[in-house]
Design a protein around this ligand. Structure first.
Ligand code: XIL
Length: 378
């Protein structure tokens, strides 16, 4: 710890002497995020298709310098990777995995079975009639195993099923659930384990701080464990607002999940500074609200008091992550810079949000150094 503080001090001094200014590029930072958290957990980011295609080299330089883990924001979701039955499109996912390997980044696969961004062919036959349970199970198996086998040994772990518990703790009545029944979850993990026995298998969800949802997830994981299914980690998405969720409730969920014997991953962190049309929205991407001027208040810049709350919220959560470093194996931000954050377009299209650690000019926000200082002084 002391060595970290000293190193940081000398690096800051050196950079100041060399004429440090606030428009530094990633390579010149005093200490990178990944170095600040090296002894604690991986620090990751989602990268989008535009970046994977090589069209945003400046942001990719930040990825290489600041992060040691990556996840694809969209290109591994079934509508992209498996748009037509039996026709896989690996063009982007191959490039994504290659980028990770070339740069020594830990790669997470996101996501195999999810109710969203799944193409409609998955659930119907050629005549458009709903398929039988047997057919859907076979399709699930083929989908999971074809993708996982392609990246065997290259992808460390997979979000096997995503968002299957409702906020009230019940099972989401997705098409997978309606056609196969609750059993589809267990089957997905079994197919995944068989495809790549060395890969870690995760469960990932949003709004995990809600007590009923926490209880639902705990009950589901326990049941799976009793059936012989091992879940290596639970992913807490962590799409936050400035006030919600309550950090104590979030901590209770973190504790409850780790008591199941699962590691914890913070998988999709961002902090929206914008008003939310519905506080209980979580990250339900199917819900969208009409644009209104008053819902987009910071089109020029952020007021000082909002910046202060934003920074405090990041510091509070990272403090919590530091406290639980034995349980947490990865903290991933849902994007690199504010420019491409999904929060600019969800739940209302066309707003200007500021949820991430790097600004629209690819510069680290002041909060980055504060998070680093907090980490190395603990
Ligand atoms: C989001 C992406 O960021 C958007 O680009 C896309 O349009 C919709 O999905 N939970 C998840 C992520 O698990 O995959 C979602 O990502 C956000 C909510």
């Amino acid at each position: 710890m002391k060595r970290g503080v000293l190193l940081y001090f000398f690096m800051v001094l050196w950079i100041s002497l060399c004429g440090y200014n606030h428009t530094i590029v990633a390579q010149e930072r005093a200490m990178s995020l990944k170095d600040a958290f090296r002894e604690k957990f991986l620090i990751g980011t989602a990268i989008n298709s535009y970046q994977i295609m090589g069209k945003d080299p400046v942001t990719m330089a930040i990825v290489k310098n600041e992060f040691n883990a990556i996840v694809a924001e969209n290109c591994m979701k079934s509508e992209n990777i498996h748009p037509v039955e039996g026709v896989f499109d690996f063009s982007l996912s191959d490039r994504f995995v290659q980028f990770g390997q070339d740069n020594n980044l830990v790669i997470t696969g996101h996501t195999l079975i999810w109710h969203s961004q799944t193409p409609s062919w998955f659930f119907v036959d050629r005549e458009g009639k709903q398929v039988s349970k047997e057919v859907l199970i076979a399709r699930m198996k083929n989908h999971i195993q074809t993708i996982m086998k392609r990246y065997k040994g290259k992808i460390k772990g997979w979000d096997v099923v995503n968002e299957v518990i409702n906020d009230d703790g019940s099972y989401r009545k997705s098409k997978f659930y309606k056609i196969i029944g609750e059993e589809y979850i267990k089957l997905a993990y079994e197919f995944a384990r068989e495809a790549d026995p060395k890969a870690e298998l995760y469960y990932n969800d949003y709004s995990t701080a809600i007590p009923e949802k926490r209880a639902g997830i705990v009950a589901m994981i326990k049941k799976l464990q009793q059936q012989g299914v091992t879940i290596d980690a639970i992913g807490m998405q962590t799409h936050l607002g400035l006030k919600t969720p309550d950090i104590a409730a979030f901590e209770n969920s973190l504790k409850a999940f780790s008591q199941l014997g699962c590691k914890i991953m913070i998988t999709e962190m961002d902090i929206s500074v914008l008003p939310f049309p519905d506080e209980n929205l979580g990250a339900e991407i199917a819900k969208n609200y009409e644009y209104k001027q008053q819902m987009n208040p910071y089109q020029e810049s952020l007021p000082e008091d909002v910046i202060a709350s934003f920074e405090q919220r990041y510091l509070d959560f990272f403090k919590l992550f530091n406290t639980y470093q034995e349980d947490i194996t990865r903290v991933t931000l849902w994007g690199v810079t504010d420019a491409y954050s999904w929060k600019n377009n969800w739940p209302i299209l066309g707003r200007k949000d500021y949820p991430l650690l790097f600004n629209r000019n690819n510069e680290p926000k002041p909060i980055v150094d504060k998070i680093i200082k907090q980490s190395i002084s603990e």
